[in-house]
Design a protein around this ligand. Structure first.
Ligand SMILES: [Zn+2]
Length: 403
C-alpha cells in the first residue's frame, strides 16, 4: 500500500492538461507503477511511462498514493443528516459533497419508500439538479427503491406507503423516465410483470428487492428482463420448505442466474465475510457491485437519531439501526470505506474490489463507455486514496472536487 509523503503543494485549480505522477495507478485489471495518468480537457488522455512525459505538461505528484477510478455508488440514500427523500437542493448538496470528499465521483440518488407525491417531488428536484453543473459527486440519475414492496420483507422501509405496482401510481413516477436509472420492486406482487416489461421498454434497469418471491415468481420477471438484485441477503427471500419440498427464494436465484447483477452492502455489519465471499464466488467482480446503502446517519456519531421517509432510526454499532433493534436501517459507511473490508475481510484482490465499486456499477446502469475506469477517453473522475482509503483528493471531470 502507498506510503504517502506528507507535504505536497497542490495548485488550487487544476490546469486543463496535467499528469498525475508518483502514484500506483489502478487500471481495470492491474495496478501499475512508474506510469503517469494524463488528463486533457476533463478526460483521460493517456496512461504512459512517467519518465517520458513532455516537459510542458504540469505534473501533480501524489506522493506514492493510489490513483483509482472515482467510485460509483448506485444505492445511496444520504449522509450527514440529509436524505434524498428530501426534495431540496440543500440535501442534495450535502450528500453529493460528502461523497466527493470520500472519493465517490458519481452516484444515483436513491429514494426510500414514501408517499408518491413526495417521490415525485424528489424526482423533480433531481431533474432540476441535473440540468446545471454541480459541485460534489455527480448525480447520474435516480434509483427508485420502492414503494412496490413485500410487507413481510420491508426491512426499514416505511410500511405506511408500501403498495402494489398494479395501482396505477407508477406512471406518476415514470413521468421522470429520463432520469430514473433503476427501479426496485418485489417481483411477486400483482402488476410486477407488467412493470418489468414497461421498465425494459423505457431502458430503466428493473431490479428486485424487499421481496418474498419464490423462484417461480422471480423467473418470469427475469425472463421479461429484470436484471438486478439489490442488497443480497437484506430483505430478500430465501429457501423455504413446503411439506418435504424445498423452494428456492430470491437469494438462491440471485446467486445462480447468470443474467443477473447484484449488490452487497459491504460495511462489515450487514453481512459477515462468509456471505460476502459466497456472493463474490457466485457472481464474480464483474456482476457483483459494492454499494453503500448509506443513510442520513453516514458521517454522524453513534447515538445520533436520523430520519428517512417518515421513519426514525439511530446510528448504533457502526450501522443504521431500527429503534427497536429489530433490523438494520441501511449503513452509515460510504463506499470508500468498503474497499478495505472487501480486501481484508473477504480477501478480494484490491483491483477487483475497486472494480466492484466503479466499473461494475457503471456497467449496471449503462454508463461504462464514459465512466468507471481509468482508460483513455473516459471522464477524468479520479479518487486518490491514502493507505486507509480515505480520499486524499478527488478529481471530477478533470478538476478538484473538494479541497
Ligand atoms: Zn433496501
Amino acid at each position: 500500500m502507498p506510503n504517502p509523503a506528507p507535504d505536497i503543494k497542490l495548485p488550487p485549480q487544476l490546469p486543463t492538461h496535467f499528469a498525475l505522477v508518483s502514484g500506483l495507478i489502478a487500471l481495470p485489471s492491474e495496478i501499475v507503477t512508474g506510469q503517469a495518468l494524463l488528463v486533457a480537457d476533463g478526460r483521460i488522455a493517456a496512461i504512459s511511462a512517467a519518465d517520458g512525459l513532455p516537459s510542458d505538461v504540469p505534473q501533480i505528484d501524489v506522493g506514492g498514493r493510489l490513483i483509482a477510478p472515482g467510485l460509483i455508488d448506485i444505492h445511496i440514500h444520504g449522509a450527514l443528516g440529509r436524505t434524498f427523500n428530501e426534495p431540496t437542493a440543500a440535501a442534495f448538496a450535502t450528500i453529493t459533497r460528502e461523497n466527493a470528499r470520500c472519493g465517490v465521483t458519481s452516484l444515483l440518488a436513491t429514494t426510500a419508500t414514501d408517499a408518491i407525491d413526495n417521490l415525485v417531488a424528489v424526482l423533480e428536484c433531481a431533474e432540476q439538479w441535473m440540468k446545471t453543473p454541480q459541485p460534489g459527486a455527480q448525480l447520474l440519475g435516480v434509483h427508485v427503491e420502492g414503494p412496490y414492496f413485500s410487507m413481510a420483507q420491508r426491512g426499514a422501509q416505511d410500511p405506511a406507503h408500501i403498495r402494489n405496482p398494479d395501482d396505477g401510481s407508477v406512471e406518476q413516477l415514470l413521468e421522470y423516465r429520463d432520469i430514473i436509472r433503476i427501479l426496485t420492486f418485489a417481483p411477486e406482487l400483482p402488476g410486477a410483470l407488467a412493470l418489468t416489461q414497461r421498465l425494459v421498454e423505457l431502458g430503466i434497469v428493473a431490479a428486485a428487492g424487499h421481496s418474498s418471491a419464490r423462484e417461480e415468481d422471480a423467473v418470469p420477471a427475469i425472463n421479461a428482463g429484470l436484471r438486478h438484485m439489490i442488497h443480497m441477503w437484506s430483505a430478500q427471500s430465501t429457501t423455504i420448505r413446503e411439506g418435504p419440498w424445498r423452494k428456492p427464494g430470491l437469494l438462491e436465484v440471485s446467486l445462480t442466474d447468470e443474467r443477473l447483477t447484484g449488490e452487497i452492502i459491504a460495511d462489515g455489519k450487514h453481512l459477515p465475510p462468509t456471505l460476502m465471499k459466497l456472493a463474490y464466488k457466485c457472481l464474480g467482480p464483474d456482476r457483483l457491485c459494492a454499494i453503500s446503502d448509506a443513510t442520513s446517519g453516514a458521517g454522524l456519531p453513534a447515538g445520533t437519531r436520523f430520519r428517512m421517509g417518515g421513519m426514525e432510526y439511530e446510528v448504533s454499532d457502526g450501522v443504521g439501526m431500527m429503534l427497536d433493534r429489530s433490523a438494520f436501517a441501511g449503513s452509515t459507511t460510504l463506499l470508500n470505506a468498503m474497499i478495505p473490508i472487501l480486501v481484508d475481510q473477504v480477501h478480494i484482490p484490491l483491483v477487483e474490489a475497486l472494480r466492484m465499486a466503479s466499473l461494475t456499477p457503471a456497467r449496471v446502469i449503462g454508463v461504462d463507455a464514459r465512466k468507471g475506469s481509468l482508460e483513455t477517453g473516459k471522464d477524468a473522475d479520479i479518487a486518490i486514496f491514502d493507505a486507509d482509503f480515505s480520499a486524499w483528493r478527488t478529481i471530477i471531470g478533470g478538476q478538484w472536487a473538494t479541497l
